[in-house]
Design a protein around this ligand. Sequence first.
Ligand SMILES: [Zn+2]
Length: 393
Amino acid sequence: MGEPGQSWSRRGLLVGSAVAGAGLVLPGRAFAGPPPTTDPAPPATGPVPGPSAVPGPDGVPGPAGAGPLAEGVPVPYVARCFEWGARKPKFPPKVWDRRPIRILVHHTAGANTNDYSVGAAHRMARAIQNYHMDRNGWLDSGQHFTISRGGHVMEGRLWSLGELNGGRRVVEGAHSPGQNVIAIGIENEGTYMGVDPTPALWNSLRVTCAYICLRYGIAPTELYGHRDYRNTLCPGDRLYAALPRLRREVAGLLGRRLSRTESTKASWPLLRTGDRGPTVEAAQYLLRDAGSLTGKPDGRFDDRTAAAVSEFQRAHRADDVNGLLGGETWPELARTVRAGTEGDAARAVEVLAAARRVESVPDVVDHPQWQKLLGTSGSAVPDAQDPQGVLNR
Ligand SMILES: [Zn+2]
């Protein structure tokens, strides 16, 4: 624990020698002197003034259908770093002169506490910050925002709230490699593999997402789970399964309607030890095709399969080498298969086509076709990555 209070102004900004003259460099221009300005705390309720349409980040087309500002969008109360007793970061976070294009939903994988108090929320935020700084070696909390099971919303990494309120720049996070500048990371307290989030957490999550979408001009379709991009259980099977509903409810708060098709995203099934069936068998054929698995595919995700996945991940220099087959590894494993191809990749296509009773397989099985065969099709998941120069710490 640091000594919160001494280094913080009333507006939650870090002041003093740690920042003054730090010469933080923003892409495209130098930022020297005072830290990024922070707007006063938003009101607890009420409509948000703003432009009628928000363009995308510089050089990047705006997300389709971000739409005009809705009247009466609720503004969440977000506790700033100084309010929950955050430590001073090891050095000032990097601020990028661009808008993020999506939101990544995480769970903390911690206990599902029944203590819904604000005190418990602040303790949790401090524990995460300590873990990220002391165990992971990061400069500050990795996520931009944190929500407790009691529904208390907190700023994660310093300056995240001020930049959100400004709506034009983003603080570099450390919540998911490749997504730390282009995606706002929200950590939701708890583990949502077998249970749903509390109603209070859910409500704060949807309101917070709506506010982020509004401020940055992010379309409500552009909410994802950590596992869409990495090999991780995060944000838990249940919270992940609730993402289409979250997209629809966030759209509703913004005065829009999303169809089921729009709110369902094409992604990859997260396979792990204990899974069975044709999807696993297809993955095994693909692993054997890649030279990572020996022996006969049998549709059982056992230790041998997990070891093969890890082997494949190592060979492809994955960030997550853990035997979980998720959003980082699937796109590399599911290689394009053309009609007339023979071998294990074609066999994987056959297994899935038979299981899903697909009469005719297209001549070219690329990622969207694989996702259809895997039963995870929906609207496209853009594969945009962070710009170069992200520290990820
Ligand atoms: Zn996560």
